[in-house]
Design a protein. Structure first.
Length: 239
């Protein structure tokens, strides 16, 4: 049989109370020492951390309060968006329309092989005398001015007026003015030695006069073409 040890008196009570005392001490430490676990997360155990110890600060200045920071951000965004709101609120009629240029560039038309890109100022004497003229009337005025300039011996100015008249007549479908301007321009370039371009102008003028049922004017073009040995059935490819 094994031996039995009996503890009685104060020693027995001490043995029985020891677990209860340890449990009570653990509870007290958990309640009154809450920063112990936070102090042991980084760097191991720290004895100098107590319940009243605060975590170290990485900046010498305290951060601004959240209310003041949010107010500053709101004011900054409002200042940024204010010009955009004003721009959207602007009516379109505040910007005056750009004035139309009176300088027309006579570019090569689809049925024109010999018109140079010469700038022609529409403030010619003829248009200044009739500022409210329609396109057809403007083309006729330029044609009349070209005839006057040519009679005065100014073939260069006359050619510019004729080119402008051809462009305006083409836009307004004024075939009679277009054909007459072609006929005169053909005579000018023929006198300058460019027979090929002259033949092209005369052939176009003849076709336009035929469309207008003007046999007499078409015969004038035919006579010039025969005299200068222009091909009467010329096919114009470069428009």
């Amino acid at each position: 049989m094994g031996s039995v040890v009996e503890i009685g008196g104060l020693a027995g009570w001490a043995v029985l109370a020891a677990p209860l005392l340890l449990l009570a001490a653990a509870l007290m430490m958990a309640l009154f020492w809450p920063h112990r676990a936070a102090a042991t997360v980084h760097g191991g155990w720290r004895d100098d951390v107590g319940p009243s110890a605060a975590p170290p600060s990485t900046s010498s200045e305290s951060p601004p309060e959240s209310g003041i920071s949010n107010l500053a951000d709101t004011e900054s965004r409002a200042e940024t968006l204010e010009p955009l709101k004003k721009q959207r609120a602007e009516p379109l009629d505040q910007h005056p329309p750009r004035p139309l240029s009176t300088n027309v560039m006579t570019t090569t038309a689809t049925e024109d092989t010999a018109i140079d890109a010469t700038p022609v100022n529409l403030t010619h004497r003829a248009l200044r005398e009739a500022p409210s003229a329609t396109c057809e009337a403007a083309a006729r005025a330029l044609l009349d001015e070209a005839l006057s300039e040519r009679a005065a011996g100014n073939d260069t100015t006359a050619a510019e007026c004729l080119r402008a008249a051809i462009i305006i007549a083409t836009q307004s479908a004024s075939h009679a003015v277009h054909a007459a301007a072609r006929l005169e321009l053909g005579d000018i370039v023929e006198a300058q030695g460019d027979l090929q371009t002259a033949c092209e102008h005369w052939q176009m003028a003849r076709s336009l006069f035929e469309d207008e049922c003007s046999a007499q004017e078409a015969a004038k073009c035919e006579k010039r073409m025969i005299k200068n040995r222009c091909p009467t059935d010329w096919v114009l490819n470069q428009f």
